[in-house]
Design a protein around this ligand. Structure first.
Ligand code: ADP
Ligand code: MG
Length: 324
């Protein structure tokens, strides 16, 4: 199959179907020309982000094609969510070792399943042959001008909040060979959910935000550095799913703090605004948990302090080298 028929067969149908329904607002021209044409809404900024997933590096090589497609889109939409943006469209640059129809069919299904959930259109891309399977997605979204939630806005006195539970994907990665690995946990690794509704609901509420992709400690560290503040988290407050709650505190804390791939949102917010958040966020199935607070940073002190019932909590990370 040549490149053009491959694109047409697996990747063009959705945008065609959608444009027939006339539901892809803002897309003046999609797949099939040299470039796509978009009509950005007035008084909005374009929010744009890209991430590459390489087989064996960003997902286990045995991951099923549907999940690979889903995850490539998910990690990118998660970056838009973390800015508070409304997702609009994606581009897909695909490098394939071979054009295996069954694999491509399922890959496209995974991509379009999440695109449909998020009301996002595939508007273009590139397809090449190469030794290793790799997917680079570029995600585009909009945000009313000046309302993006960046990393540098955290202030002393703000609460530190995370969505859902943390550490599940890292647990799944660590226990991939376990035949009894719970499917819900496995899907937290393979098919993360970008928190787009939460992200946009937090416009005007959160002072700083990011998505947790590399472990809570490192990612929260980015907010602290960008905002020039320090943070304190109470390890006993980190929300865990039942399987992780059953582990020792050391183990589950390491998964949450140093494991990756959660794609939950971590944000800072003033206590006053947090109290009012119920007006815009009532989704019980995506709970929000306060895990600590922002404090002033003083020179020569750690940016992030982890406490356990008010005592310093030191994590022995030697056993978790594979998260490096
Ligand atoms: P060009 O040679 O002008 O770069 P291509 O042959 O690479 O054009 O692509 C033809 C059209 O198909 C373009 O509109 C491009 O955006 C789209 N396209 C190519 N690969 C993909 C893909 N994997 N997914 C979605 N659209 C794609
Ligand atoms: Mg091209």
């Amino acid at each position: 199959m040549d490149e053009f028929s491959l694109i047409q067969r697996y990747f063009q149908r959705e945008s065609q179907r959608k444009s027939q329904q006339n539901s892809s607002i803002g897309i003046n021209l999609g797949i099939g020309d040299d470039a796509a044409l978009l009509a950005p809404p007035a008084h909005h900024e374009l929010v744009i982000s890209t991430d590459t997933l390489i087989s064996g590096r960003h997902f286990p090589i045995e991951t099923d094609a549907y999940s690979i497609g889903w995850k490539a889109v998910a990690v990118n939409l998660s970056d838009l969510a973390a800015m508070g943006a409304t997702a609009h469209s994606i581009l897909l640059a695909l490098t394939l070792p071979n054009a295996e129809p069954d694999f491509l069919e399922k890959l496209a299904q995974g991509i379009f399943a999440l695109c449909d959930d998020a009301n996002v259109s595939l508007i273009g891309g590139d397809t090449t042959r190469g030794e290793t399977l790799s997917l680079t997605v570029t995600a585009l979204g909009w945000i009313p001008t000046g309302q993006a939630i960046v990393r540098s806005g955290a202030q002393s006195g703000d609460l530190i909040v995370v969505s859902n539970t943390i550490g599940d994907a890292a647990y799944a990665l660590k226990n991939l060979q376990d035949q009894k690995l719970n499917q819900t946990l496995r899907s937290r690794l393979d098919r993360p959910t970008p928190r787009l509704a939460l992200g946009s609901a937090l416009r005007g509420y959160a002072s700083a935000m990011l998505d947790i992709s590399d472990g809570l400690a490192q990612d929260l560290g980015h907010i602290l550095t960008a905002s020039n503040v320090a943070g304190r988290i109470d390890v006993e407050k980190i929300p865990f799913s039942p399987t992780l709650t059953a582990l020792d505190l050391e183990q589950r804390a390491a998964l949450a703090l140093c494991g990756g791939d959660d794609y939950e949102l971590c944000f800072t917010i003033s206590p006053q605004k947090f109290a009012n958040l119920g007006q815009v966020w009532q989704q019980q199935d995506l709970p929000l948990t306060v895990i600590g607070e922002i404090v002033q940073h003083t020179p020569n002190t750690e940016r992030l302090t982890v406490l356990h019932h008010h005592q310093p909590f030191h994590l022995n990370l030697k056993g978790f080298k594979h998260f490096d």
